[in-house]
Design a protein around this ligand. Structure first.
Ligand code: ADP
Ligand code: MG
Length: 249
């Protein structure tokens, strides 16, 4: 296993916003199929890092993005998606008035097939993507009839049909109940078991320890370190995130 090559390897990532150094020479690596948590306090640069990998922001010159056998100096959203990098944004970027089937298949329809695709075909695509997640929803119902937790699953299903190899989830459990969170974590495990790598951001450290294989800690835009989740504790992660040492006794 240790001889396996990373799916994603970032080096030398710098990003400045009007004098604020959001990322300082950060490196970051994700193995194929692993669940990798990005931990850090508010403002530590987690979302900025995700936006660089998914092509929303262009890092400063000198950046190296090795992904799936190719080297890039920056990504664009189109390049990232075509390469199987997907992101579940907090606002989910879905269409509430459209059916579940249309929400899941829409991007594929736009991206892959130049001509009209039947609703029946969209239903098939949507049902297959949901089945891969072990979820059944009525794909004909408008998305707005579903709660946030189900909408999130729809967003993940949509990401999957684009042949995702790497899915970023930025604080996906922030507005979920405990049982919805448990369900989402189960889906993350299913994704990982099927070979899809997941980069997961959460403030809930119990969740981070529960779900991750490894974690990368950022503090004030700088890399603190990369750690296996095994043997890690919540208080240790907090120490790494804040740079403050607690009295353990
Ligand atoms: P996190 O996701 O870890 O909370 P962010 O990546 O959102 O952190 O932000 C890192 C730093 O960059 C913060 O100081 C934030 O205020 C700043 N920042 C992020 N995005 C922008 C932006 N679009 N314009 C200006 N500053 C930004
Ligand atoms: Mg953020």
């Amino acid at each position: 296993e240790s001889s396996r090559k990373p799916l994603l390897s970032l080096r030398n990532i710098n990003m400045t916003f009007g004098g604020v150094k959001a990322l300082k020479n950060v490196s970051f690596e994700v193995m194929p199929g692993e669940v990798h948590c990005l931990a850090g306090e508010n403002g530590s640069g987690k979302s900025t890092l995700i936006k660089i990998v998914t092509g929303v922001y262009r890092p400063e010159p000198g950046a190296v993005i090795d992904y799936d056998g190719q080297t890039y100096s920056h990504m664009s959203p189109v390049t990232a998606q075509a390469a199987g990098i997907q992101v579940i944004w907090q606002d989910l970027a879905l269409f509430p008035e459209m059916s579940v089937a249309e929400n899941i298949a829409f991007q594929t329809v736009l991206g892959r097939w130049p001509r009209f695709v039947s609703y029946g075909r969209m239903r098939e695509i949507a049902a297959r993507a949901l089945a891969r997640l072990g979820v059944s929803l009525n794909v004909d119902r408008p998305l707005k009839e579903y709660a946030i937790a189900q909408r999130q699953i729809v967003a993940i299903a949509r990401a999957l049909i684009g042949d995702a190899k790497l899915i970023f989830m930025d604080e996906p459990t922030a507005s979920l109940t405990q049982s919805e969170t448990d369900h989402l974590l189960e889906i993350v495990r299913t994704l990982s078991a099927s070979g899809v790598a997941v980069v997961f951001v959460s403030h809930r450290l119990a969740e981070v320890l529960d779900i991750s294989d490894r974690l990368t800690v950022l503090r004030d835009g700088a890399l603190v370190g990369v750690y296996p989740a095994t043997g890690m504790t919540q208080s240790r992660i907090t120490e790494l995130m804040t740079g403050k040492t607690f009295d353990h006794q």
